[in-house]
Every structure is written in structure tokens, then in C-alpha cells.
Write a protein that binds this ligand. Structure first.
Ligand code: NAD
Length: 508
């Protein structure tokens, strides 16, 4: 029997270790009124924080990062106990998250620097685009990467000058409470990063509250509910949803490297990554050798235990989804090489390699979010690309190939592609992260991820007056005629006028 990983009474939420069933701890269930109060406090903090210089915010964020690094052991231990992931993966998550805190803090000033743009026809104007903090950002997070994923919003929102109210997953609340404790001790301003805890109702309260933007990471179904709730106040949303990431392996790929990457990409975090390799398309000529290599590597992996490569699945519900996908695939003709639906014990799933799969099977179309590697033989790269793009999702993707790798990558309809690697885009803080279609919209990470938490302001500043002022009712009698001529000259088939000619004409 798989064990429950969180339970809730009206006022307490208890988090359990999915590997052992032991209680990790409990937290309050915050009501809508408490969420609103947290947002109101955050607004006060946002005002002061947004008025600081970039250098001052960078300094504060650097202290926060250092404090997180000082507490790395405790944070990793909590990640391990609440989520079920092996300690090695917990430390890797802490490291990646801190990389983003550092990057966001250091980049904010440049990413938000005002830009002078062409004033076009209004050449007597100076035109500027500037970026300003939004105010308070509500962040709603998932359980699979309880630190790394929300930090992609939290760090970037803070660096852009906003305060944050964070609602973690009900499966991993203690980790978030720990982060808020560290924030409270580190930041000079109180309430800059607050955590509210509870299940969906607390998240829904945050989505309905007076925040200036909601950054949501989770399933597409919940994402839609969040967007509907946010619509009440026209609160903008950033949605980081699920994926069904394809991997393409071409005939001229380095097969050993491709197999190693497929195994890691599909099985890290027990396959519970939004950018997991969820399906693999392999060129006919190398399919069998690739499968042999993948199966060999998978057989060397250990599930569970302190030195295990794969930990326990975080949620009992997810175990049931994986089992269902496996049974559906087998019923429709898939061949099982390792693992399978009978190799599930409690929250532990043995990594499963499938071949003879096709797009009638859930395992090739729906997000499995478990340790499964479905491999499909393809007759050509065109077929691989067509099948890879045959999805309503569009988050990550990967290509293993020789010379033509980049050309294949460019044909993939996805937010991100790794070439001769998997998942690498998530470890490069300068690259924006996000999806299209059912994978959501908006971007975290990179300069786009900083500007995602800003409002854009356009300023048109008249620096020189000219006799002819188009923004006035006082126009010469022949203005209609002049404009008619100018339209033809500027935008029609006639000679395109230079700015100087244009102004000479305007002056008459
Ligand atoms: P989920 O949708 O069940 O829950 C996500 C969060 O939403 C939780 O904090 C939950 O309490 C909250 N929530 C639930 N109902 C709500 C409501 N009505 N209003 C507001 N909030 C509500 O997702 P999950 O199971 O925690 O996470 C797994 C999913 O997240 C997968 O689909 C995965 O692919 C996706 N994910 C995406 C990314 C990404 O960056 N694109 C990263 C990690 C995970």
C-alpha cells in the first residue's frame, strides 16, 4: 500500500515522508482572510523594497542567498524527507536554486534598464521604455521541485523590486516555511517574502487576492482554475504547467551519450520533472542498439535506500497515474523491458522501459510524471519531428544528432530545446524558461523572467518643438492634402522619404 503524503484538518496541514510514512511536521492552514492580511503586509514591504536602488536590493538578496547556502544541509534534508528524492538530488536542487538567486540579483539592473527606442515619424521626441516593479507577486508552487521551481519566480520577482507571498504545495510545506524563516531573519524589511500554507483553497484565496500578478506552477487543470480566479480582478498570470517532452535520437547521434541522457532525463527525480524526457523517438537504424544501451543502464540503477538513484514517488495519486499509463500501454501492445505495472511497491516504482509504443497510448500523449522511458522507432527524422510536435504541450525537448542537430531542434514546437543534452536549458539562468500551449505561458529565468515581474512604461518626451504639431486641432487649411501626399510618399510605392525630407515637407 502506498502511503498518504499529506493530510489536513480544518486548521492544520500535516506533511509525511513518502518513503517511510513518518510525519515530517505540520503547519497552519491559512484562511482567505489570513492570505489577504499577508498580501496587505506584503504591499507595505513592496513599497519600501521597490524604492531601493538595484545595488541595495542586490546586497540584500546576496545575504539571503548566503543564508540559504549556510542552511543547505537542513534545506536538502527537508527536501529529501518531504519530497522523497535522494539526498544527492536534493543538494543538486539547492545548488540550482541558489544559482538563480545569484543570477536574478546580479542581472536585474541591466534587464530593467530603460531603453531608448526610435521615435519613428515623431523625430522631435525622445522615446523610452522603462520597467518598474509590479508590487506584490503571489507564487503558487508544486511539490516536485519544491525549492528550485518556485525560486524561479520568487528570486526574479524580488530582484525586480516586488514583495512575494508564496503558497507551497500541501505535500511540501515545511521546506517553504523554512525558506520564509531564513528570509525573515535575513531581509531588513519585514514581510518581504511570506509563506501561506494549506491545500487548494489557500492557493485559490491567493489567486483571488489583491496581488499584482500570480506566478503559478503546477498542472494544466489547476492552472486554468487559477486563471479563472485571477480573472475576477484582471490579475495577470504566469503559468508554468506540465509537459510531454520528446527526445529525438538521429542515426548519427552518439548513442552511448544519448542513452545516458535519456535515462537521466526520464528518471531523475523519479521522472517527476515538468521537463522530464517523457517519450523518445529513435531512428530505425540505431533503435535496437539504443534500446539495449538504455536497458543496460537502467538495470544498473538502484531504487530506494540512502544511496538509491531513484527515491520514492512524492504522491500516492501520482503512483496510480503511472500504473494506469503502463497498463494502458501494455493493453495496446507495448513491450516491457524493465519494471512495469507489477514492479510497484508502495510509493516506489521500478524504472520502466517500453518499446512498441504509439500515440494511441496515454504514455505517449498524457503527462506520465513517473520513471518511464517509452521508446518509439521512427522511419525518418521528419516522422520524428512530426510525432514530437504531435502534442498539445510544448515545454522542453531534446535532440541527439550529428551535424543536423540544430536544424532538427529548430523544427520542434516547444519553449525550450537541449541539443546533445537533456534539461540543460533549466541550468542556464540566462535562458528564459517556459512553455507554449498546454504547458502555459510567460517566462521565468533570464532577462524575460525578470521583466515578467515588471510593468512596462512608455514615455514620449518632446525634446524639440516643430512648427507643425499633429497633436492639435489648429492645422493649416491644406493639411488634408499634405497628409494625403505624405501617406503615399511614406508608405506607398513612391520613394521612401528620409526623416529630413519629411520634416521639410511638414514645414511647407
Ligand atoms: P497541482 O496543480 O496539483 O498543484 C499546484 C499548486 O496549486 C499546489 O500548491 C496546490 O495546492 C495549488 N492549488 C490546487 N488547487 C488550487 C486552486 N483551485 N487554486 C489555486 N491553487 C491551487 O500540481 P502539482 O501536482 O503540485 O505539480 C505537478 C505539476 O506541475 C505537473 O503537471 C508538472 O509538470 C507541473 N510542473 C511544471 C513546472 C514548470 O515549470 N512548467 C515545474 C514543476 C512542475
Amino acid at each position: 500500500m502506498a502511503t498518504a503524503t499529506s493530510t489536513q484538518t480544518p486548521d492544520r496541514l500535516t506533511s509525511y515522508n513518502p518513503a517511510t510514512g513518518e510525519v515530517v511536521g505540520s503547519v497552519p492552514v491559512h484562511t482567505a482572510a489570513e492570505v489577504d492580511a499577508a498580501v496587505a503586509r506584503a504591499r507595505v514591504a513592496a513599497k519600501a523594497w521597490g524604492a531601493l536602488s538595484f545595488a541595495a536590493r542586490n546586497e540584500e538578496l546576496t545575504s539571503f542567498r548566503k543564508a540559504l547556502a549556510e542552511n543547505a544541509e537542513e534545506i536538502a534534508e527537508l527536501l529529501h524527507r518531504e519530497n522523497g528524492k535522494p539526498l544527492l538530488e536534493a543538494y543538486a536542487e539547492v545548488m540550482m536554486a541558489l544559482g538563480h538567486v545569484q543570477h536574478a540579483a546580479a542581472r536585474a539592473e541591466e534587464a530593467m534598464a530603460p531603453r531608448k527606442v526610435s521615435a519613428g515619424m515623431l523625430a522631435n521626441f525622445k522615446a523610452t521604455v522603462s520597467y518598474h516593479p509590479l508590487g506584490v507577486i503571489g507564487v503558487i508552487g508544486p511539490w516536485n521541485y519544491p525549492l528550485f521551481t518556485p525560486m524561479g519566480s520568487i528570486a526574479y520577482a524580488l530582484a525586480a523590486g516586488n514583495a512575494v507571498v508564496f503558497k507551497p504545495s500541501e505535500l511540501t510545506p515545511l521546506l517553504a516555511v523554512k525558506i520564509a524563516e531564513i528570509a525573515a531573519k535575513t531581509f531588513q524589511l519585514p514581510d518581504l517574502l511570506q509563506v501561506v500554507t494549506g491545500a487548494g483553497a489557500t492557493g485559490a484565496a491567493l489567486a483571488k487576492s489583491a496581488v499584482d500578478k500570480i506566478a503559478f506552477t503546477g498542472s494544466a487543470a489547476t492552472g486554468k482554475r487559477v486563471m479563472m480566479a485571477a480573472a475576477e480582478r484582471l490579475t495577470p498570470v504566469l503559468l508554468e504547467l506540465g509537459g510531454k517532452d520528446p527526445m529525438i535520437v538521429a542515426e548519427d547521434a552518439d548513442l552511448a551519450k544519448a542513452a545516458e541522457a535519456a535515462v537521466f532525463g526520464a528518471l531523475t527525480n523519479a521522472g517527476q520533472a515538468c521537463i522530464s524526457v517523457e517519450r523518445v523517438y529513435v531512428a530505425d537504424a540505431v533503435h535496437d542498439r539504443f534500446v539495449d544501451e538504455v536497458v543496460k543502464q537502467v538495470r544498473d540503477l538502484k531504487v530506494g535506500g540512502d544511496d538509491g538513484h531513484l527515491g520514492a514517488m512524492t504522491s500516492t495519486a501520482q503512483v496510480a497515474i503511472v500504473k494506469d499509463h503502463l497498463e494502458d500501454a501494455i493493453a495496446k501492445g507495448a513491450k516491457v523491458h524493465t519494471g512495469g505495472p507489477n514492479a510497484i511497491t508502495g510509493n516506489y516504482i521500478q524504472p520502466t522501459v517500453l518499446t512498441d509504443v504509439d500515440h494511441r497510448m496515454k504514455v505517449m500523449t498524457d503527462e506520465t510524471f513517473g520513471p518511464v522511458i517509452p521508446i518509439k522507432r521512427v522511419a525518418s527524422l521528419d516522422e520524428a519531428v512530426k510525432l514530437a510536435n504531435d502534442t498539445s504541450f510544448g515545454l522542453g525537448s531534446s535532440v541527439f544528432a550529428g551535424k543536423g542537430a540544430r536544424a532538427i531542434a529548430d523544427k520542434l514546437r516547444a519553449g525550450m530545446t537541449a541539443v546533445n543534452a537533456v534539461m540543460a536549458f533549466s541550468g542556464i539562468p540566462a535562458l528564459p524558461f517556459g512553455g507554449i500551449g498546454d504547458s502555459g505561458f510567460g517566462r521565468i529565468h533570464g532577462d524575460e523572467g525578470i521583466r515578467e515581474f515588471t510593468r512596462v512604461k512608455s514615455t514620449a518626451e518632446q525634446v524639440m518643438s516643430i512648427p507643425m504639431n499633429m497633436m492639435s486641432f489648429r492645422q493649416p487649411k491644406d493639411m488634408t492634402k499634405r497628409l494625403r501626399g505624405m501617406i503615399k510618399q511614406l508608405y506607398g510605392e513612391g520613394v521612401v522619404a528620409k526623416a529630413g525630407d519629411f520634416f521639410r515637407k511638414l514645414r511647407g
